[in-house]
Design a protein around this ligand. Sequence first.
Ligand SMILES: Cc1ncc(COP(=O)(O)O)c(C=O)c1O
Length: 426
Amino acid sequence: MTLDDAKYIREQVMNHNKWFEESIPMIASENLMSPLAKEVMISDFADRYAEGLPGKRYYQGNIFVDKVEIKATEIAKNLFKADFADVRPISGTVANMAVLFAFAQPGDVITTCALAQGAHISTCEFGAFGQRAVKSVNYPFSEEDMNIDVDGTIKLLKEVKPKVAQFGLSVFLFPPPLKELQDTFNEIGCLVWEDCAHVLGLIAGGQFHDPLREGVNIVSSSTHKTFPGPNHGMLLGANLTEEQEKELQKAVFPGVTSSHHLHAMASLAVTLAEMEVFAKEYAAQTCKNARQLGESLYELGIPVLCPDLGFTRSHAIAVDVSEFGGGKDCAKWLEDANIICNKNMLPRDTSAVRPSGLRLGAQEMTRLGMKESEMKEVAGFIARVVKGEDPAKVKEDVKAFKKQFDTIKFCFNEGEKAYAYHKLVP
Ligand SMILES: Cc1ncc(COP(=O)(O)O)c(C=O)c1O
């Protein structure tokens, strides 16, 4: 590796930064970290190892790491009113693997949603569920409501008697009907697990729903989607036995992690502290923005799913662009106009590479300070591209619009540049 190579790589990273600075970020699974969260990310924590739990490490050198991890766990429990928290999983998928390791044996049945209904690949045969060799059985799903069908699910749960009932989606528009299923969970005695990767930041702010108060025993999550922290993961628990909590901790280490990316754990701790202060306002504005985006697109003649239900109760909306060329082409044209989003399967789709939908998220735009009036403008840009206007022309308007939104909100360093980078090149 020469200095030129290093310079080349740095240049590409800076090109990316500049591009995002000039773009509208709409990927529903992404966000912007706060400056303070980023600062601890590049500390010496990034170069160290810790295995096990605070006070019971396998390595020396963890005196301050332990303090941070104890604090992070304490804030997580407080923020989510959880009995149990583990801040060590290094991603949402790894958190899911830990749950599977702890509570399922090969051959066990777990009920879950299907991919075309918005589930994440971890719950598929070719994802973490398959790796653990569990048998997954899918809930009946109402396409109209974009949610689990309650009566059909009660029947299915009674028939199948899963060891674990799993919930949570990647296209997560409405909360699962947990209260309606509670009696059935009690009757069959299953554990209830929800993957809240997409909606953790909303839950922190009292929006969407409150899984641990609605019968969920285990929440697994990423910490970088609506929750605006580092690429990392987390587990939360309620009403677990001491033995179950220990099983979960053992599944995290030595089950699915060795060291747990201490810099990201510290960055998560900072974000948890920030969310204790800012989550309420941030989550409420995010949900308002998503609904406004849905409404504005719909008014502009772009079909958005679930108009009768207000489009969404989360940060995300699902848009059917089949009549405009499909999700694959529309996502590419939008990228050419500096609007970054992803193609997505809608319930009747059979192809993940040529789906009919787009998934759009409002959380990162909210983090940059956009409100309902900006959602109307963003919908206008999207409609122009999808309906066939030259993306290069729209791109110029997007760049001008985005100039007003280059600082970060809902954190202790509010107002600092969102796309700052360190100048260290020799
Ligand atoms: C519901 C859900 N769970 C888990 C994940 C995986 O998260 P990670 O990338 O942190 O492994 C995703 C990713 O988007 C997701 O949508």
